[in-house]
Design a protein around this ligand. Structure first.
Ligand SMILES: Nc1ncnc2c1ncn2[C@@H]1O[C@H](COP(=O)(O)OP(=O)(O)OP(=O)(O)O)[C@@H](O)[C@H]1O
Length: 351
């Protein structure tokens, strides 16, 4: 049976192409996880040496398999190289956000607070747009709790035939890539800042998204590195803010809105989720988290309230079952709320 000690010993047999020492001593191996006979880790490497490290990765895979590993997953992520100081005067280079090749629009789905239903909105919105014939991608950048593979009923590891490009997965007409597909289901991932940014850049620029009308990005809650990196590295056409009507959620939502304003990402609108609870037995409506708070906030900010999505058990069951409600019950009132958002985005010309 393979254990961590055997894995470390095997990796010491592989030489590091830059330092000349072994792979473990060079410090490029991060987030090593050994579980039964499966080994996963990330190699954080300077992007200019990607070819040499691709060969080192292949060697590492071979030695691990010889040591008894049946499943080896090694992800290369780029870390920034420190350039030597250049003291010659130079004209400043314009290094603004880049467009992702083939992707016409990028829409970020954000929330200030966790658990308000941001991923549920992102999954339903992506499927609703696909149902309208739009070419849609969904990037699950919620590094702290990637849930899109489960919500879209997708599993398995994305292939990378050449070690550089990553082939995304697809279901319900949506092209999906998620950090959740690169890690174990039950593995809590601790991403360090540079790794996180490297991984996000890989997801944006190395995944073969193909031609997309719209790439929906499911962000982690809050205002952190992922939000900043996304807005700084790519041209984001707009952000949707999801919130429950509770004061605490709204308070956090306001912070998110301020951040997007500072990052110069246009606010496309707000969505009130868990707006009203509809009892699945008697149809009685109750405002569990209050009601109308998001509408009032949207009015104050002068942005549209795109939908009030009820708290309904069918929405959760559908999401947990891998077919979002717009797919599993397209004629329900709940599905209609999500379709309204998709229609508004198409009408706005951003999806
Ligand atoms: N309108 C709704 N009605 C019923 N259940 C819902 C609704 N919206 C979301 N849920 C459920 O609430 C839970 C949290 O939703 P979700 O994962 O979408 O939230 P999130 O804001 O993305 O959370 P995180 O902070 O983990 O990213 C899920 O189990 C989901 O199925």
């Amino acid at each position: 049976m393979l254990d961590r000690e055997k894995v470390l010993a095997a990796l010491k047999q592989v030489s590091d192409p830059v330092s000349g020492g072994d792979l473990m001593a060079s410090g490029v191996v991060r987030a090593l996880n050994v579980e039964q006979d499966a080994v996963r880790f990330v190699m954080e490497i300077p992007p200019s040496r990607a070819d040499a490290y691709t060969r080192a990765r292949d060697q590492a895979e071979q030695v691990l398999k010889s040591a008894g590993a049946t499943n080896v997953s090694i992800v290369l992520t780029a870390h920034e190289e420190k350039a030597p100081p250049d003291l010659k005067p130079q004209a400043p280079k314009a290094q603004g956000p880049e467009r992702v090749p083939g992707v016409a629009h990028i829409i970020a789905i954000a929330s200030g607070k966790g658990g308000v239903g941001k991923s549920t909105v992102a999954a339903n919105l992506a499927c609703a747009l696909a149902q309208q014939g739009r070419k849609v991608g969904l990037l699950d950048a919620d590094v702290y709790g990637p849930s899109q593979p489960r919500m879209l009923g997708v599993s398995g590891r994305p292939a990378s035939p050449d070690g550089k490009t990553i082939l995304p997965l697809r279901n319900h007409g949506v092209t999906l890539m998620s950090l959740g597909l690169m890690t174990n289901d039950d593995q809590a991932v601790v991403w360090r800042g540079p790794m996180l940014m490297g991984a996000l850049q890989q997801m944006l620029f190395q995944v073969q998204w193909g031609a997309l009308d719209c790439l929906i990005v499911d962000l982690p809650p809050g205002t952190g590195d992922v939000q900043m990196t996304l807005a700084q590295k790519t041209q984001v056409d707009g952000a949707l803010i999801v919130s429950t009507p509770q004061d605490v959620a709204l308070l956090d939502a306001r912070k998110g809105i301020d951040m997007f304003t500072q990052l110069k990402v246009p606010l496309l609108g707000m969505i009130e989720n868990m707006s009203t609870h509809i009892c699945s037995s008697c149809g009685h409506e109750e405002h569990v988290f209050g009601h109308g708070g998001v509408a009032a906030e949207a009015q104050k900010l002068g942005v549209p309230l795109l939908a009030e999505v009820p708290l309904h058990i069918d929405i959760r069951l559908a999401a947990d079952g891998g077919a979002p409600i717009v797919v599993s019950q397209p004629d329900s009132a709940q599905a209609r709320a999500f379709r309204d958002v998709a229609n508004a985005l198409v009408a706005e010309g951003v999806a």
